[in-house]
Write a protein that binds this ligand. Structure first.
Ligand SMILES: [Zn+2]
Length: 421
């Protein structure tokens, strides 16, 4: 009898202590199944309601568009915390205007980089994998093509292959981002003044160590009449005139961060300097630069936060440099965008207890497949003439129309910005 009471008392005490412990440290405990994905039927009308665009009186002469591929709000937040803690001010945090961008593609809730960059470069929704063509595969006019017709200098920079989805959608038309032979040739044939990134392999034939199936050696063609740069050393010591198109191909495929390769900041600074010179020396209308932190996305696909931090840090340097540049002038619009989030990055506290944080837990959370793109809205940061149109909630196609309004492109006469030899 006494023995039974003893057991009962021990059981009661244990229960009481457990309740006390849980109440103190984990007041809300919800049982969740291991996998929490659910399927929701949706309406997917293809009709896009256009955002009302504010009329911009003071026009932009130049545009700098920076794209962090795969950079969602949590990528920016986790970067801030990892860089200097939650109170640290990043360059992103210093922009006066912010917005949120809806990213879905023509027929898919989740965009890829090709459809997203096509929305930015042409104002239309297209299918995933399509570059500079609409949902039927027909060519659409790109912002760079319009600007070139109006006498602008255009430059595209990426840490991926320069033939990769984002830069390619700003320069060429193809129904597949994977047609790399055709894309490289079209990039060469495009009139863009400066192209910088990796992807030398897609400009060289297989017989010459590249990956082209045809025997066309685009590097030889480039060297004939254009400036070709293939190392950081050559880029940093470049003293040429601003009279020729410039191709910088620094890696076989994506940039690898080897010492012989420039950083995104090196390529961006160079492109900015050369664009200014080209505009001044050839009496062009202004410049347009698109520079992409391409591998933020790759790190998301690989679920690798260390890799992502490095990529974010590099992209952040470019954002900071560009912001300093535009602050000292009133004629340049700076926009920082992503194209979609990659990996479902989540930030959580280090322990399930109400204790001061001493670390941050980041995890990748995609139910369908590891490291896929997600459908979250992504951030837009803007500064300069026309920045107001990149605020609020916008669709990715609105970016194109807001760019045109900022520059006042419809009012500009056609003009040739010919670089003379
Ligand atoms: Zn992307």
């Amino acid at each position: 009898m006494i023995q039974s009471i003893k057991y009962l008392l021990v059981a009661l005490l244990t229960t009481a202590l457990t309740i006390l412990y849980l109440d103190q440290y984990a007041p809300i405990i919800v049982e969740v199944p291991e996998k929490t994905s659910q399927r929701m039927p949706i309406e997917f009308s293809k009709e896009i309601q256009k955002k009302q665009i504010h009329k911009i009186e003071k026009k932009a002469k130049n545009v700098i568009l920076l794209i962090g591929d795969g950079m969602g709000l949590n990528q920016v937040t986790a970067y801030r915390i990892a860089k200097g803690g939650p109170n640290f001010l990043t360059a992103f945090d210093k922009f006066p205007f912010t917005g949120l961008v809806k990213t879905h593609s023509f027929d898919n809730l989740i965009t890829d980089s090709a459809a997203s960059a096509t929305a930015y470069s042409s104002g239309i929704k297209t299918k995933n994998r399509y570059l500079g063509v609409d949902g039927n595969g027909d060519d659409v006019e790109l912002i760079t093509e319009i600007l070139l017709r109006k006498g602008f200098v255009t430059g595209l920079v990426a840490t991926s292959e320069i033939t990769h989805a984002t830069p390619a959608a700003f320069a060429i038309h193809n129904i597949s981002r994977y047609n790399t032979d055709e894309i490289a040739k079209s990039m060469y044939e495009s009139k863009n003044h400066i192209l910088m990134g990796g992807g030398k392999d897609f400009f060289m034939p297989e017989s010459n160590g590249g990956q082209r199936k045809d025997e066309i050696n685009l590097v030889d063609l480039i060297k004939n009449g254009n400036i070709y740069i293939d190392s950081k050393k050559a880029l940093m010591s470049f003293k040429g005139e601003a009279k020729k198109r410039i191709f910088g191909l620094f890696a076989k495929e994506g940039l690898t961060r080897s010492e012989s390769e420039p950083s995104l900041l090196d390529m961006f600074k160079f492109t900015l300097d050369q664009s200014k010179k080209m505009v001044d020396q050839n009496r062009c209308s202004g410049f347009f630069i698109m520079a992409e932190g391409s591998q933020i996305d790759w790190a998301g696909h690989e679920n690798d936060f260390d890799y992502q931090f490095e990529e974010m840090d590099e992209f952040h340097d470019v954002v900071g440099h560009a912001l300093e540049f535009v602050k000292f002038r009133d004629d340049t619009l700076l926009i920082v965008l992503s194209d979609h989030e990659t990996g479902g990055l989540l930030i959580e506290m280090d322990e399930l207890r109400n204790k001061p944080s001493s670390s941050m837990i980041v995890s990748w959370n995609t139910a369908l497949e590891e490291g896929t793109h997600t459908g979250a809205m992504i951030p837009a940061y803007s500064y300069g003439p026309g920045a107001i149109n990149f605020t609020g909630v916008i669709d990715n196609t609105d970016v194109f129309f807001s760019l045109k309004e900022a520059i006042g492109i419809n009012e500009l006469a056609d003009k040739e910005c010919k670089l003379n030899d």
